[in-house]
Design a protein around this ligand. Structure first.
Ligand code: ATP
Ligand code: MG
Length: 566
């Protein structure tokens, strides 16, 4: 590719709206341009890298036995109504009507489309298992599109779906996909971990997320400092055994706590530790109210609450709802003498509290001397977020936290979609059975951004060879100089003949601009054709190490091949 004939609009300034390195550099180096919030054009260099990532994904998917197809982005509402997600997916699903007022959605994901396809095309166990994937543009009207390609409203995803006649077959393919994902992210050069995850709106059970470790990640990973255990903190079980202190129980009494609402305020007002306070949060669990308790120094994990109640929606009650249901404001709620209509559940740690403090369901009043098993009844479960320093759930080591960017997700869906949509097959005995499903997603454009986030320095990108837009950047210092221009052209054509991916800077620009652009774009090898062109001497420089040397054109090709092979 000739730079004079392509579009690489580099910028010297950091774009004002770009908060993170990958977003800043992808815009500055002319790889992407924003069109609308969360909607981007991939300019020629961006498209090149995207293709490289896609190609790695394709190769590993094919190796693992998945086959490519392409489904429509425009999807009939009927299918989403069959699965029920037309009603549960929420405003992230972009909806529209056609000219006949028929409802459609722009594909946010493709479980519905593929399940309807397999329902029609596969009737017998003999055709199973099947594992199909596509690489396609997805649409999600994200609440907060941000960080450029990391959270877009239109983005490229690889999504695969597998169909099985037995759980064992699903387990086998799931493991293959897990391996394929590990290979994909390794080949992309990413520092990642596979973590145990929550299945969210997808309705699956076994699931792992592939997380790229990064400060800017939105997810927190809890990992063991000694074993390979890693989980999304939303999912990590707490296995701590709590011991009661030997303190003698005292009498329960009410105390006035004017203006003290938060645990910190109450603890400091009463001069006690947060860990002897009991936090009471009123949740709306589908259509009923539940009071959830945790120790004052712990955080309630609403996903654990959701899973415990097998609920669809779990949200905190509003102050108005709390007032109505508990007759007290949110900062004064507690489990003692609560109406029987309200279920009280508590995290295990609460049981071990001795002479604690909790709200009295009277504004500005708390109880002191609270001894849980004596003073109220509750069902005890693991309801809190794991914390740094907790024991690792696998029994090995201590938990530490890291931030991660989710680039991939593998799920065992089971029969959630096949049952809802009637995707059945006939088994060996001629009985109709719902197909067992798995689904496997990779954010391809997000992976590109995660690589961009990891591979850069103060001058710009430093692409790993596996995904670099080009391998060699030939820069002709002065294109008006015949010798330089001709040597640049010769070299460019020679490299093309050898199937080397090469970008030629044949622009009439100052050399300073050319070098700065070249550093910004970050192609692994740079060849500069300058003053010594008349002697047939060029300079070769590695972007990553800065190492450079002069070499005669006759040897430059073999030198480059040698370096690229490293
Ligand atoms: P997130 O929690 O980040 O919103 P998700 O759980 O909604 O992700 P999935 O439905 O599992 O994501 O989609 C599969 C993959 O698609 C994700 O692992 C992620 O890499 C990518 N992805 C999801 N949403 C976006 C987005 N808005 N922009 C770019 N990539 C995305
Ligand atoms: Mg999402």
């Amino acid at each position: 590719m000739r730079q004079s004939a392509t579009l690489i609009p580099t910028l010297r300034e950091v774009p004002a709206d770009a908060e993170v390195k990958s977003h800043q550099l992808l815009v500055r180096s002319g790889f992407i341009r924003q069109n609308a919030s969360g909607v981007y054009s991939f300019l020629p260099l961006g498209k090149k890298v995207l293709q490289k990532v896609e190609e790695i994904v394709r190769q590993e998917m094919e190796r693992a036995g998945s086959v490519e197809l392409l489904m429509p982005a425009l999807q009939q509402a009927e299918l989403w109504k069959e699965s029920g997600r037309w009603y549960s997916y929420g405003p992230e699903l972009m909806r529209m009507n056609d000219r006949h007022s028929r409802e459609f959605a722009l594909g946010a994901t493709h479980e519905e489309v593929i399940t309807s396809l397999l329902r029609d095309e596969v009737k017998s166990y003999k055709r199973l298992p099947l594992n199909l994937y596509q690489i396609q543009t997805k649409f999600r009207d994200e609440k907060r599109p941000r960080f450029g390609l990391l959270r877009g409203r239109e983005f490229v995803m690889k999504d695969a779906y597998s169909f099985h006649a037995s759980q064992e077959s699903l387990d086998e393919v799931y493991d293959k996909m897990y391996e394929a994902y590990s290979r994909i992210f390794e080949r992309c050069g990413l520092n990642f971990r596979a973590v145990i995850a929550d299945s969210g709106a997808m309705g699956g059970k076994d699931t792992h997320e592939f997380m790229v470790l990064s400060e800017i990640g939105e997810d927190t990973i809890a990992y063991s400092d000694t074993s390979s255990y890693a989980a999304n903190i939303e999912m990590a079980p707490v296995v701590t055994q709590y011991k009661k202190s030997n303190e003698a129980p005292v009498e329960l009494e009410k105390v006035n706590t004017p203006d003290a609402r938060t645990i910190e305020e109450v603890a400091s007002f009463l001069n006690v530790e947060a860990s002897s306070c009991i936090k009471s949060l009123l949740f709306k669990v589908d259509d009923r109210f539940v009071l959830v308790l945790a120790r004052g120094d712990h955080e309630i994990n609403d996903i654990k609450v959701k899973n415990y109640f097998e609920a669809t929606v779990v949200e905190l009650a509003t102050p108005e709802e709390a007032k109505e249901v508990m007759a007290a404001q949110i900062g004064s709620l507690g489990p003692i003498q609560v109406s029987e209509k309200i279920e009280v559940v508590a995290d295990h740690a609460v049981k071990a509290v001795v002479n604690g403090v909790c709200g009295a369901n009277e504004d500005g009043v708390h109880y002191q001397g609270v001894n849980p098993e004596r003073d109220f009844t509750a069902t005890y479960e693991d309801f809190r977020f794991i914390q740094e320093g907790d024991a690792s759930p696998d029994g090995q080591g201590i938990i530490k936290f890291a931030k991660g960017i989710e680039v991939g997700h593998v799920f065992k869906l089971g029969t959630r979609y096949s049952e809802a949509m009637g995707a059945t097959y006939l088994d060996e005995n001629g009985r109709s059975q719902p197909m067992i499903m798995g689904c496997y997603g990779i954010g391809v454009s997000r992976t590109l951004a995660a690589i961009a986030e990891q591979f850069n320095d103060e001058k710009g990108f430093v692409w790993p060879q596996a995904v670099a837009p080009y391998h060699v950047h030939v820069i002709t210092v002065n294109v008006k100089n015949d010798e330089q221009r001709e040597l640049g052209e010769t070299l460019y054509n020679q490299l093309l003949d050898r199937r080397v991916e090469v970008l030629l800077d044949d622009r009439q620009e100052r050399v300073g601009v050319k070098f700065a652009d070249s550093d910004l774009i970050g192609i692994p090898v740079r060849v500069t054709v300058g003053k010594r062109a008349s002697e047939g001497i060029v300079e070769v420089k590695m972007r990553q190490t800065g190492e450079s040397f002069e070499v005669h054109v006759d040897e430059v090709e073999s030198k480059i091949m040698e370096m690229l092979a490293k």
